[in-house]
Design a binder for this molecule. Structure first.
Ligand code: KG4
Ligand code: ZN
Length: 360
């Protein structure tokens, strides 16, 4: 019988401090996420210095809470996995240094994990997805289609050439005077709005590839707001809901149509028909529904992890650590923090990627 592995995972690459304990049979024994939205809300985005300081203060609390929830001591875990990049450098360093201290103190192996690999491998934790599968990773800092061939072989089929959709949601929320993070707030507004009122752009749909562009969308939204202000002196509550609904429909449309392309390309090249999604924007119900229907039209199985495992969390980091542990891959005390760390090293760098600190 295969040995069961239990790993403590740590995540601190953006604005969530998280710790989790996961077993190699897929059991999540504990998953603690301490968000920082309240610290950054007044700035309309993540302030790296504030984030790094908060991570340094909270990592040991989160790790202690996770161990307590799992009813375990540090001595009982087999290894410590930590996000070593990509992300905001201060936060990643806080996590890596904390993990090194724990590993050294408890005499446990240390495993550095790529945050994007954490997202991309989540369908294996939640649904035991078999390789290869197609993944749309769509978050505040990233948007890419990946063929996931193994725990460390990723092939990028395409992605955004400018902003990530989550970034577009956050910037649009800011333009509309909603809070941060913008995604859930825009989604709530959109539920009361008319998505057909504003014809926002759906760029690159005529291009026969899997690339996308979202930066023009927030500019179009800003122009629509300016026009309403010029015409009527301001925007009404209904205007705001209609703007949000029209914006969300444009994002959803582009993601669904490009997913259809990516599925066709993936099936032809890799001969498999599983499509999965991860990252914070995958928490959006309308976008999720669009992707599900695109998958069913393409004859693909659709794997959508639960919302708490779509947004940043440490269970995905622990799982990615389990996959590396199983291959006998460990790090030593020279493990460094990598602010940029593309999953597919062979693919050409995307324009504008990592503008927001390469968060994912
Ligand atoms: O993966 P994630 O938790 O963090 C990183 O980006 O690393 O994703 C956060 C992003 C934010 O931009 C947030 O606005 C967006 O995901 N988001 C959403 C929703 N929930 C979170 N976007 C659209 N609709 C949502 N319901
Ligand atoms: Zn992320």
């Amino acid at each position: 019988m295969e040995q069961t592995i239990t790993i403590l995972g740590l995540e601190s690459s953006c604005d969530d401090t998280a710790a989790a304990i996961v077993r190699s049979d897929g059991a999540i024994l504990a998953s603690v996420v301490a968000g920082q939205a309240e610290l950054h809300a007044g700035f309309g985005g993540v302030v790296p210095e504030i984030a790094a300081r908060a991570h340094a203060e909270r990592l040991d609390i989160c790790a202690g809470d996770a161990l307590q929830q799992a009813g375990m001591t540090l001595a009982q875990v087999d290894a410590i996995a930590v996000t070593a990049g990509p992300g905001l450098i201060g936060g990643v360093m806080s996590g890596v240094m904390f993990a090194k201290g724990l590993a050294l103190g408890a005499g446990k192996p240390l495993i550095g994990v790529n945050h994007l690999a954490g997202h991309a491998l989540t369908p294996r934790l939640t649904d035991a997805a078999a390789f290869p599968y197609l993944m749309l990773l769509v978050s505040g800092g990233h948007c890419q289609f990946l063929a996931v061939e193994s725990a460390d072989t990723f092939h990028r089929l395409g992605g955004t050439i400018d902003d990530a959709p989550g970034e577009a949601f956050d910037k649009s929320a800011r333009i509309l005077g909603l809070g941060y993070p913008g995604g859930p707030l825009v989604e709530a507004e959109a539920a009361r709005g008319n998505s057909a009122r504003f014809a926002f752009p759906r760029p690159l749909l005529n291009r026969p590839d899997c690339d996308m562009s979202f930066s023009g969308l927030k500019t179009a939204l800003r122009r629509a707001v300016d026009q309403l202000v010029a015409d009527q002196g301001g925007i009404s509550v209904q205007d705001r809901a209609d703007l949000c609904a029209s914006f969300q429909a444009a994002v959803s449309d582009v993601l669904a149509k490009k997913s259809a392309r990516a599925m066709a390309e993936f099936a032809a090249r890799f001969g498999s028909t599983t499509f999965s999604v991860a990252g914070g924007v995958a928490a959006n119900q309308a976008i999720g529904a669009g992707l599900r229907s695109a998958a069913s039209q393409a004859g693909f199985a659709f794997v959508a992890p639960p919302l708490t495992l779509c947004t940043d969390n440490a269970a995905m980091i622990a799982w990615a650590g389990i996959e590396r542990f199983a291959k006998g891959e460990f790090d030593d005390m020279s493990l460094g923090a990598r602010p940029r760390w593309p999953l597919d090293g062979r693919a050409a760098p995307m324009l504008g990627s990592g503008k927001k600190g390469a968060k994912a």
